[in-house]
Design a protein around this ligand. Structure first.
Ligand code: PAF
Length: 280
């Protein structure tokens, strides 16, 4: 496994793979890898000849009072996991490599990028779209792999790929969960045992909404009420948003339908968690 730290090295390594006639799958990450990331790597391995991953805690997608400084950094462990999954290339640049002095170009996905997490975390999706656009240009993968857990991010990146004519396919892989339903997230490691138990109300709320929908309830206000009721079982869990939206536009529905995205973000102590499900 090659670990590359400059744009030039990564670009050359990816170019060599393409020249060799091999397809390239890219798994962009911020490190602190868990089984959800490994599922993305395995999906990439099953669909592409060669897999590359990036590990970059992207400063531009964190707000001034967010957890950039304390975001878990477990580089050696991450590399060991990627090596054992036969990842060929790891791109691990420093912030100055990705954002040299004077860099002033940003990618802003208007509309979609201002909804859900984009509304709660102003500028977040601008940072995500900018860094992912740069990774796509550097690696030029055939396919790029993202988790459904970050469903709003997926909507923003799908729009960006379409609008900016990136010649790649964006593949979305299912959310990985602990046996008790907690969605895997690098931020779960911030939770105390007690907070971790409280956080289970998020998947319970999504399940309550799905069950009510399957039982015939289509009214979004009532479905959301069922979700809020489930979360209220843990008064220390503070809802940021709970919404039923179109997964492409992130615009809210008033009447639920199959394929709608039910998305929640909430604070458990000082940790902000997100989760979602699709109505069937
Ligand atoms: O989902 C993430 O880990 C990040 O937002 C991403 C896509 C790697 C961009 O920094």
């Amino acid at each position: 496994m090659q670990v590359l730290i400059t744009v030039q090295e990564m670009r050359a390594a990816c170019r060599a793979i393409r020249r060799n006639g091999q397809s390239l799958g890219l798994v962009p990450t911020m490190g602190a890898l868990h089984a959800g990331h490994i599922a993305l790597v395995r999906a990439a391995r099953s669909q592409c000849d060669v897999v590359a991953a990036s590990i970059f805690v992207n400063p531009t997608q964190f707000g001034p009072n967010e957890d950039f400084a304390k975001y878990p950094r477990t580089f050696e462990q991450d590399c060991a996991m990627l090596r054992s999954e036969s990842v060929a290339l790891v791109f691990a640049p420093q912030p100055e490599e990705m954002y040299p002095t004077g860099a002033s170009t940003i990618v802003e996905v208007e509309g979609v990028g201002d909804r859900l997490d984009g509304a709660s975390r102003p500028g977040h999706f601008r940072g995500v779209a900018t860094v992912v656009a740069k990774l796509f240009h550097i690696a030029a993968p055939d396919k790029a792999f993202f988790g459904q857990k970050d469903a709003a991010q997926v909507a923003v990146l799908r729009r960006m790929v379409r609008d900016l004519n990136f010649d790649l396919e964006l593949i979305v892989c299912p959310t990985m969960r602990e046996p008790d339903g907690l969605a895997l997230s690098s931020r779960n490691r911030y939770l105390s045992a007690e907070q971790r138990t409280r956080a289970l109300v998020l998947s319970s709320a999504l399940n309550a909404i799905s069950a009510a929908y399957r039982a015939g309830q289509k009214d979004v206000a009532r479905l959301l009420e069922a979700g809020r009721h489930a979360i209220a079982a843990e008064p220390e869990v503070r809802i940021d948003y709970l919404a039923i939206v179109d997964w492409d536009t992130l615009m809210p529905f008033t009447e639920a339908r199959a394929g709608a995205l039910v998305a929640v973000a909430a604070h458990v102590g000082s940790t902000r968690l997100i989760d979602n499900t699709i109505l069937e």
